[in-house]
Design a protein around this ligand. Structure first.
Ligand code: 9UX
Length: 72
């Protein structure tokens, strides 16, 4: 089944930022779609359940120059 992961990302301050974060997350193997919300700093990632680790998503965000934070 499909799963949805929610990430909080610090440092997304414009529409280019959100597009960049979406692009790097969609490049992680298994990710079907990533949708970043500039106003909330949250990113919703759709992927098959169990196929994508939270660590892989966080690392992709960090490599792109943004800071993943725990969702509270
Ligand atoms: Mo515009 Mo977003 O320089 O970093 S891409 S603020």
């Amino acid at each position: 089944p499909e799963a949805v992961s929610e990430l909080a990302v610090e440092g997304m301050t414009c529409a280019s930022c959100t597009g960049r974060v979406e692009r790097v997350l969609e490049a992680v193997p298994g990710v079907r779609e990533a949708s970043a919300n500039l106003a909330t700093g949250r990113v919703t990632v759709r992927h098959p359940a169990g196929l994508v680790s939270p660590d892989a998503l966080a690392e992709a965000v960090r490599d792109a120059g943004y800071e993943p934070r725990p969702v509270t």
